[in-house]
Design a binder for this molecule. Structure first.
Ligand SMILES: [Zn+2]
Length: 184
């Protein structure tokens, strides 16, 4: 798993690519996309309540089935608000599934390795042969889970995420600027 900062940068890249997709307010839009880009990692929460945060992490909430369900829920929510279903549903699906792809490209030294990318169609766990994000070391106990995240190894991981996903964000902003210039 990349850190929340990496997923947030991916969410902001989407926000810059398609501003005004969900909300009229830029702040609402950015916060919603940052939330959505991090949403799959909410699967830490039930384990955290039980004392073992990793218990349900990289389970079925990190899967195609979950992305489809969240996409449909997003479509339904925005249909009620804006009478549009497919476009917001597809965008919610994409941002959620992009989180899973970032996790796919992250080192994982805790079994089960990778994530069930295509569940319920396949129960198999997938991980990239050459992941380019560094794994995040963390405690398996709720009591010191947050404090265990602050270490030099994770700092290096955060640095790489900022470099790669910050680069993606910069590229998106540059393309948007170029396209705007062309339209004028
Ligand atoms: Zn994740």
């Amino acid at each position: 798993m990349p850190l929340p900062i990496g997923h947030a940068l991916a969410g902001i890249a989407f926000f810059k690519a398609r501003p005004g997709m969900f909300f009229a307010s830029r702040w609402h839009e950015a916060l919603f996309l940052i939330f959505l880009a991090n949403l799959p990692d909410a699967d830490f929460l039930p384990g955290m309540v039980l004392g073992h945060p990793n218990l349900y992490h990289h389970g079925i909430f990190h899967s195609l089935g979950a992305a489809l369900a969240i996409g449909a829920a997003g479509g339904w929510f925005f249909y009620r608000k804006k009478k549009r279903f497919w476009e917001p549903a597809a965008a919610v699906f994409l941002v959620f599934y992009a989180h899973l792809l970032l996790d796919f490209f992250t080192q994982d030294f805790v079994a089960p390795y990778g994530l069930p990318l295509f569940w319920p169609f396949s129960r198999q766990y997938f991980i990239a042969a050459r992941p380019f994000f560094i794994n995040i070391t963390r405690s398996g106990e709720s009591s010191d889970f947050f404090i265990s995240l602050f270490n030099q190894h994770n700092l290096a991981a955060a640095g790489r995420e900022i470099l790669i996903l910050g680069g993606l964000l910069a590229a998106v902003m540059m393309v948007r600027r170029l396209l705007k210039k062309k339209v004028r």
